[in-house]
Design a protein around this ligand. Structure first.
Ligand SMILES: Nc1ncnc2c1ncn2[C@@H]1O[C@H](COP(=O)(O)OP(=O)(O)O)[C@@H](O)[C@H]1O
Ligand SMILES: [Mg+2]
Length: 260
């Protein structure tokens, strides 16, 4: 059976009296590279938190690779093939960059997954994982920092290590929350072109939050979902988004600027 990687149907999420997500629906298909954009505070990270099982929705349904996920824990959703990163990265600060790639991140994995680290796997498997980790760092252009401690990294470098961690598990679907915030423009563009390749060549579905609209529109995403105040303002190709006056108005209506 060929299930959609992600199907979100009429989900709502409120915090007290605030409706952060107001009944939105969208789908992501196999190998699709999709941008999720919208002004600060419009609900993008909350959508990610609901999809990845960190926050319960108030209503609506989410299916991940055909499995209803509303009652699943984050680690169970991760095992369905969905890996996410966070807007605010939390690396293992006392560990090196390469160690951070070899240890599962905190939020999306059951704590006992860590125990597997201390169980000796086959030596061949271990070596393959370490080689994979170095290859991932190479793609992200931070292999020279493999043995630096995470707490020596800049904000942008931390984002890259976090992205590297997400790539380590060979996910079938990636949710990336502002993966290149603080990363210099030329590298940010290269990373997006690698994500483009990952989607086209390996069929990985990628949903990426980016708050710089001009940047996302020229990075080769297949489709853009534009949110505003908890709702979907429009979905379309980068060209369609560029031509939509509502989108332009939402962005001019009080968002922060980011130069890149
Ligand atoms: N855990 C939370 N508790 C209360 N309010 C929250 C929480 N998470 C997000 N919000 C609020 O929900 C709205 C959407 O936030 P968020 O999803 O982080 O927006 P975005 O990622 O688009 O900037 C904001 O008004 C924010 O303050
Ligand atoms: Mg956010």
């Amino acid at each position: 059976m060929n299930s959609l990687p992600l199907k979100v149907q009429r989900i709502t999420k409120t915090f007290g009296g605030l409706t952060a997500v107001g009944g939105i629906s969208f789908e992501i298909t196999d190998g699709e590279f999709v941008g999720l954009i919208g002004p600060n505070g419009c609900g993008k990270s909350t959508v990610f938190n609901c999809i990845s099982g960190l926050l319960p929705v108030n209503s609506g349904d989410i299916q991940v690779f055909g499995t209803p996920s509303s009652d699943l824990r984050p680690d169970q959703i991760q095992r369905l093939g969905l890996t996410r990163t966070f807007q605010h990265t939390r690396l293992w600060m006392g560990m090196t960059v390469i160690e951070n790639l070899l240890v599962p991140p905190r939020q999306q994995f059951a704590p006992n997954r860590l125990l597997s680290l201390f169980r000796p796997g086959s030596r061949k498997e271990e070596l393959a994982r370490i080689e994979h980790a170095y290859a991932v760092l190479e793609t992200l252009e931070i292999s020279h920092m493999a043995h630096n401690l995470a707490n020596e990294l800049s904000g942008g470098q931390s984002k890259l290590v976090d992205l590297g961690r997400a790539l380590m598990g060979d996910p079938r679907m990636l949710l990336l929350d502002e993966p290149v915030a603080g990363v210099a423009a030329p590298l940010a563009e290269k990373i997006f072109s690698n994500l483009r390749k990952l989607a086209s060549e390996q069929g990985t579905s990628v949903l990426v939050v980016e708050h710089n609209m001009n940047f996302i529109l020229r990075t080769g995403v297949d489709r853009v979902i534009v949110m505003d105040r908890g709702e979907i303002l429009m979905q379309g190709t980068p060209d369609e988004v560029r031509q939509n006056s509502d989108v332009v108005a939402a962005y001019l209506g009080g968002t922060e600027k980011r130069s890149k």
